[in-house]
Design a protein around this ligand. Structure first.
Ligand code: PLP
Length: 419
């Protein structure tokens, strides 16, 4: 691997980076929240901007020497505004969880009510799960999906909104596979005087590419991560209407964070530029086609698809009909070279540590250049493995086939040419 200085100064870390590179190259990465950034994004991440303190915002810093950092942060902000059609953008949140916490801090008082999606129906921990700090500070009420339609239960949102009068209605998910009707939620919020908040962490790239509905144009506040379908560095971002800008900025800094990570902000700017390129629209379209190709095979092979189908980059499979739990499935697939994650299914009767489902997605494999034909092959491998969990010789055979497949879709060849 081409990290000569690191190799000399810290062989321990170097060796594990090399192993991790090989793992990423030889396995099929199907965790829907993961992706492979470009070399340009990696270079910005590893750049000298990591040396700089820049507490505050462009033009209003608490430290000197920020003339170039200001330019970089402004470029990131302007590109994000253009990409999502946003009024105001804060690119400083360190990640998705701090971005959500900043919105709660900015817009809620202690004890205020938030209406958000139930975790087992696709919602996220940071939307008020009892194990998190916000759940101790605010009052979270949860809505679910409708088992008949597989869609968010908009009638339930309306009923709960009228009953509880939430300050924020929050929509967003990490394992829900359907499109969202933001207009409908906005109407409900307007009826009860609630602020609308969307967390588009998973689908930001698909929205930026114009393939999914864009809540930024409809909602008051939108949070996202930048490292999932958007294919940027690990980080967060908040977009909002101008009227909330001051409160949101103050919540990020100084209420919750200190100096922003300007190397990550530089890398965000690079990723946003990439996302504006026409090739990104094509990439995001292929993510969707690939998810549909997986869905088709899983349906044919008798798997239960939660929420009935996928409209985005991910699938949540209910494995109960295959008599295997999500934890065992994840472990067997991992050994075979396919990385997925165990996941609860709606109202899962099993425990979160051994849930009934797995979640899998296509953003990373699509970045490698894989298309529908490869997806069909991979879905069949997954089905073969999960239907024959004890057959180790089958697993070994598939593992060899996976190594052969991945060798045809090189990942970071510039990094791995021999020293
Ligand atoms: C919908 C959603 N929001 C927030 C987060 C938290 O993001 P992070 O892990 O960057 O803090 C995630 C992460 O998976 C997510 O899926």
């Amino acid at each position: 691997m081409h990290y000569t200085n690191l190799q000399n100064s810290d062989p321990d870390i170097y060796n594990f980076l090399k192993k991790e590179l090989q793992r990423q190259q030889e396995n099929l990465e199907m965790i829907p929240s993961e992706n492979f950034v470009s070399i340009a994004v990696l270079e910005a991440l590893g750049s000298i901007t990591t040396n700089k303190y820049s507490e505050g915002y462009p033009g209003k810093r608490y430290y000197g020497g920020n003339q170039y950092i200001d330019e970089i942060e402004n470029i990131a902000i302007e590109r994000a505004k253009k990409l999502f059609n946003a009024d105001h953008v804060n690119v400083q949140p360190l990640s998705g969880a701090p971005a959500n916490l900043a919105v709660y801090t900015a817009l809620l008082d202690i004890g205020d009510t938030v209406l958000g999606m139930d975790l087992s129906h696709g919602g996220h921990l940071t939307h008020g799960h009892p194990v998190t700090l916000p759940a101790k500070i605010y009052n979270f009420i949860r809505y679910k999906t409708n088992p008949e339609t597989g869609l968010i239960n908009y009638d339930e949102i309306e009923k709960l909104a009228k009953e509880h009068k939430p300050k924020i209605i929050l929509v967003g998910f990490s394992s829900y596979s359907r499109e969202i009707d933001y207009q409908k939620i906005k109407q409900i919020a307007d009826e009860v005087g609630a602020i609308t908040m969307a967390d588009i962490a998973h689908i930001a790239g698909l929205i930026a590419a114009g393939h999914l509905n864009n809540p930024v144009e409809i909602f008051d506040v939108v949070t996202t991560t930048t490292h999932k379908t958007l294919r940027g560095p690990r980080g967060g971002m908040i977009m909002c209407r101008e009227e909330y800008a001051d409160k949101i900025d103050k919540a990020v800094f100084p209420h919750l964070q200190g100096g922003p990570h300007e190397n990550i902000i530089a890398a965000k700017a690079v990723a946003f530029k990439e996302a504006m390129d026409p090739s990104f629209k094509e990439y995001a379209g292929q993510i969707l086609k690939n998810a549909k190709a997986l869905e088709k095979v899983f349906r044919e092979r008798g798997f239960t698809i939660c929420f009935h189908q996928t409209d985005n980059h991910l699938l949540l499979l209910d494995l109960r009909s295959k008599n295997i739990d999500g934890k065992t499935a994840q472990e067997i697939l991992d050994k075979t070279g396919i990385t997925v994650n165990k996941n609860v299914i709606p109202d899962d009767p099993a425990s979160p540590m051994r849930p009934s489902g797995i979640r899998l997605g296509t953003p990373a494999l699509t970045t490698r250049g894989m298309k529908e034909a490869e997806m069909e092959q991979i879905a069949n491998w997954i089905a073969d493995i999960l239907e024959n969990p004890e057959d180790e010789s089958l697993h070994m055979k598939i593992n060899q086939e996976i190594k052969s497949l991945t060798s045809h879709f090189p990942l970071y060849p510039e990094l791995s040419s021999e020293e």
